[in-house]
Every structure is written in structure tokens, then in C-alpha cells.
Design a protein around this ligand. Structure first.
Ligand code: HEM
Length: 282
């Protein structure tokens, strides 16, 4: 290696680092940075649109990672491999933390700033994010209507329809706990997994027992990991509500919903309901 010094006194390592690549750099070949960085196409000259677009794209990428980790966890639960499942849940928690932090660039948009580009994107809305629906389906929040909405886009539709038919992450957790000897009721284990998951008293009892058990039991670690995930998802939803309230008040949404009141109701839906209910019974 040839070490030299510039006139500014900075050490420069040349040769190895500056030798021309035969084509695209190995970095670009692996990361596809030039593809990623060509995907920002603002529709206006409004100064805040680029931040809005990049924030939305970054969140889509975090959705992709979270879905990947939850699917990994689901496979591990089906194999009774709790350590691998917990690892995947931990990685998803870190991704959810990053997802929540990604609001920062657009968290304080004023209505005038938002209106600078809002008309340009027309009826586009995060409501139409297929990857967000994959997340919700994995949480147990199934909806045939939200699958149907994507019928015009066959690849997206088929992938979402498959996720709709599969058991959710939570369904697999409950099946696993049952195999571990916990009394998950039969009607929960044999439920139609295409219906939205709703709280069941028998499952509240399962989590109550887990909480009443030893402090370092792996099932309690699992329950608390899922509670962290539920909390992070809920925080993301409420942060979204606050961003919306700041940027556009109570105006209707671009997808056609009532806007704020609709989102507030959506945000209030419990994630893994029994994990919260059981806490009152311990
Ligand atoms: C200024 C920023 C934003 C505003 C004003 C806003 C506004 C809204 C509104 C009003 C809705 C309700 C559906 C509709 O009628 O359009 C919605 C839904 C949604 N938005 Fe946003 N949004 C913003 C940023 C984002 C970002 C950055 C994302 C990330 C992808 C996002 C993801 C979503 C999702 C996933 C839904 C559906 C929620 C559900 O189904 O419960 N939003 N948004």
C-alpha cells in the first residue's frame, strides 16, 4: 500500500482504494445504490416534497425488513425453535425503533408546507401500501377488502392474498405455546385464520399464567418481546396521527377516508390484545 500526504496533511491511502473498478463498484453491485437513488421523483418544486418522498420510501424499506423478520420468526415457532424466533423478534424490534425514528424529517410539516405538494400526488396514500398490509396481516389484522383493493396489480395482489390465507405470527406463537403445554383453547387453535384476530379469555389466561410463573422463564421473555413489538407498532400509528394533525388538521385523506378521526380509530386497535389484558389479572 502506498501512503502519501496531501497538501492539507490528510493521510491518503491510494492504490487499493482508488484503482478503477472494472464496471459498477462492488458496493453498487451489492447494494444497488444507484437504483435506489434514482427512485426519488418529486412532482413539484416544493422544498418539502423530497423529504416527504424519501421518508416514505425509507419507511417502506423498514416495512420490508420487519415483514422479513416476522416471517423468519413464524417459521422458527413452527419448528419449536424458540431461540431463533426470539432472535428474529429482537431484530424486528430494532427495525421498528428505526421505523419510528424515521418520522423526524416530516414530523413538523405545516399545512402550507404540505399543501405545497399535496395536490400533485392526487389520490396516493400510505393506505395503499401493500407492505404495510403484510405487516398487519402478520399481526393478525386480516381484511379481505384490503386484499381486493390490490386486484388491479396481480403480483402485489397474489402475494397479499397468500399472506391473508396464512396463519399470522401470533397464530404461530399460540400454536407453539400449546405444544409447550399451555392451555390455548381449541377454538383458537382451529380458528379460521383469514378472520381478524380478536381477544379470547382463554388466551388471556395463558398469558396470565406466564406472568405468574418464574421471572426468567423463556415464555415470559417471549411475551415481553411481543409486548415491545405491540407497543412500537402502536407508537408508530400514534406518531402518524400527530404528523397528520400537524400537516393537515381534520381534512379528509387523499385515499378518501375521513382523515384524522379514521386514523385515530385505527391507531387505537390493540396489537396482541391478550398480552395487555392479562396484565390487569396478574
Ligand atoms: C404529512 C405526512 C402524512 C400525512 C398527512 C398522512 C395522511 C394519511 C391519512 C389522512 C391517512 C388515512 C387514509 C386516507 O384517506 O388517505 C393515511 C393512512 C396511512 N398512511 Fe399516512 N400520512 C402521512 C405520511 C405517511 C408516511 C410517511 C407513511 C409511510 C409509509 C404513511 C403510511 C400510512 C399508512 C400505512 C396508512 C394506512 C393506515 C391504516 O390502514 O390504518 N403515511 N395517511
Amino acid at each position: 500500500m502506498n501512503h502519501s500526504t496531501t497538501t492539507l496533511g490528510e493521510p491518503v491511502t491510494d492504490d487499493v482504494l482508488t484503482r478503477p473498478f472494472p464496471g459498477a463498484s462492488p458496493y453498487d453491485t451489492y447494494v444497488h445504490a444507484s437504483v435506489l437513488n434514482s427512485l426519488q421523483q418529486p412532482l413539484t418544486e416544493a422544498p418539502d416534497e423530497m423529504g416527504f418522498l424519501v421518508t416514505t420510501q425509507v419507511m417502506e424499506l423498514w416495512f420490508t425488513l420487519i415483514v422479513h423478520e416476522w416471517r423468519t420468526a413464524r417459521v422458527a415457532f413452527a419448528k419449536d425453535d424458540l431461540p431463533a424466533a426470539l432472535d428474529a423478534l429482537t431484530r424486528s424490534r430494532r427495525a421498528l425503533t428505526a421505523l419510528g425514528g424515521a418520522w423526524a424529517p416530516i414530523a413538523a410539516l405545516t399545512p402550507a408546507q404540505f399543501n405545497g405538494f399535496r395536490a400533485a400526488f392526487g389520490k396516493a396514500s400510505g393506505f395503499q401500501s401493500a407492505m404495510y398490509r403484510h405487516m398487519e396481516f402478520l399481526l393478525g389484522d386480516k381484511s379481505p377488502g384490503l386484499v381486493r383493493a390490490h386486484r388491479g396489480d396481480p403480483a402485489v395482489h397474489e402475494a397479499l392474498a397468500e399472506a391473508y390465507r396464512e396463519p399470522s405470527l401470533y397464530d404461530e406463537v399460540l400454536a407453539y405455546l400449546h405444544r409447550q403445554g399451555l392451555p390455548v383453547p381449541r377454538h383458537v387453535r382451529e380458528r379460521d385464520v383469514t378472520t381478524p384476530y380478536t381477544s379470547d379469555p382463554g388466551v388471556v389466561e395463558v398469558w396470565r399464567r406466564v406472568h405468574a410463573g418464574p421471572r426468567h422463564h423463556p415464555h415470559l421473555t417471549l411475551g415481553e418481546s411481543l409486548t415491545d413489538i405491540a407497543e412500537l407498532v402502536t407508537r408508530w400509528r400514534f406518531d402518524h396521527v400527530l404528523v397528520v394533525r400537524r400537516a393537515m388538521g381534520a381534512r379528509p385523506g387523499s385515499a378518501g377516508s375521513a382523515g384524522l378521526t379514521w386514523l385515530e380509530q385505527r391507531a387505537a386497535r390493540p396489537v396482541f390484545p391478550e398480552l395487555w389484558e392479562a396484565r390487569g389479572d396478574v
